[in-house]
Write a protein that binds this ligand. Structure first.
Ligand code: NAD
Ligand code: LMR
Length: 332
């Protein structure tokens, strides 16, 4: 029997990431090849014509799984009945800007969209915040939508996770699909900690630790970390726009694994509401290693954290606490 369509909201749908993301959703890359979808696309009035152009292209592409398109500048109409909300709308960072620079513009958007989602989305709607500062926007959304369960509000660090897999695969000349269990801890910012201490590579002789195969701790502890931390800035420098196709693809990975589950023995990184695991202060949206099953994520517990890692986990937590304070000062 055909499945009922799932309603997926994409805010900022007329922007760069939106343009890459909506065809992926309509092709089943986010929710699976047998899952019909209805796309809800929200943007602001100055982008209304461009948004309508995206809608025309979606019709022209004749996607078999796409059962309807709502394209609107009205947040209430956009949020009504949605089961999944991918929050991309906002102002992107330009060359030379830090995430803090986009804070005041973006947190006020997330405060107002929190209420629209809380009142009008389907019960149990899963929310993924992509727009920067992603962790703090997600936290503001959570605080101003108190009736949405906190487990349902997440932010995107899967792009950083995938970047870490990509760097290891390039360094070792192995297939990226054979590398697993890297971790991104903390903020989706240059303070994040990409950690390979538990990562492995599939080889004919079984899974081998990345540290053993790379055999260059100096590279793993310095250049690898800074390359992943700075990848967003490197892409802005090269393209003059921030990453879009990789962000869209990683957003699909995030929702797909959350809804359909992570493969046995594999974890991924998600920005989730901290419960104090790994002595990360509770009350931040912080990226942890998670596994997903039956539509729920759980933080992977019990991984040993060495002194080098501890400092890095604390540093990125500190930045998130400061961002939280700054966000509240922007809203007051
Ligand atoms: P973009 O400027 O191309 O598109 C953003 C869109 O949001 C625009 O169409 C704009 O009109 C719209 N918008 C602005 N205010 C809005 C509002 N109140 N409601 C709905 N829509 C609104 O930017 P982009 O390149 O698509 O990036 C979008 C966001 O994603 C940025 O904040 C960027 O920094 C962030 N980003 C995050 C990651 C990540 O891994 N978390 C990766 C890449 C980019
Ligand atoms: C990215 O990681 O590519 C984006 O968050 C863009 C940025 O501002 O770094």
């Amino acid at each position: 029997m055909a499945k009922d369509p799932v309603r997926v909201l994409v805010t900022g749908a007329a922007g760069q990431i939106g343009y890459a993301l909506v065809p992926m959703i309509a092709r089943g890359i986010m929710l699976g090849p047998d899952q019909p979808v209805i796309l809800h696309m929200l943007d602001i009035a100055p982008a209304a014509e461009a948004l309508n152009g995206v809608k025309m292209e979606l019709v022209d592409a004749a996607f078999p799984l796409l059962k309807g398109v709502v394209a609107t500048t009205d947040a209430v109409e956009a949020c009504t009945g949605v089961n999944v909300a991918v929050m991309v709308g906002g102002f992107p960072r330009k060359e030379g800007m830090e995430r803090k620079d986009v804070m005041s513009k973006n947190v006020s958007i997330y405060k107002s969209q929190a209420s629209a989602l809380e009142k009008h989305a389907a019960a149990n709607c899963k929310v993924l915040v992509v727009a920067n500062p992603a962790n703090t926007n997600a936290l503001i959304l959570k605080e101003f939508a108190p009736s949405i369960p906190e487990k349902n509000i997440t932010c995107l660090t899967r792009l950083d996770h995938n970047r870490a897999l990509g760097q290891v695969s390039e360094r070792l000349s192995v297939q990226v699909s054979d590398v697993k269990n890297c971790i991104i801890w903390g903020n989706h910012s240059s303070s994040q900690y990409p950690d390979v201490n538990h990562a492995t590579v599939k080889t004919p002789a079984g899974d081998k630790p990345v540290r053993e195969l790379v055999a260059d701790d100096q590279w793993l502890n310095t250049e690898f970390i800074s390359t992943v931390q700075q990848r967003g800035a490197a892409i802005i420098k090269a393209r003059k726009f921030s990453s879009a196709l990789s962000a869209a693809s990683s957003a699909c990975d995030h929702i797909r694994d959350w809804v359909l589950g992570t493969p046995e023995g594999t974890w991924v990184s998600m920005g989730v509401y901290s419960d104090g695991s790994y002595n990360v202060p509770a009350g931040l949206i912080y990226s942890f290693p998670v596994t997903c099953k039956n539509g729920e994520w759980s933080i992977v517990q019990g991984l040993p954290i060495d002194e080098f890692s501890r400092k890095k986990l604390d540093l990125t937590a500190q930045e998130l606490s400061e961002e939280k304070e700054l966000a509240y000062s922007c809203l007051s």
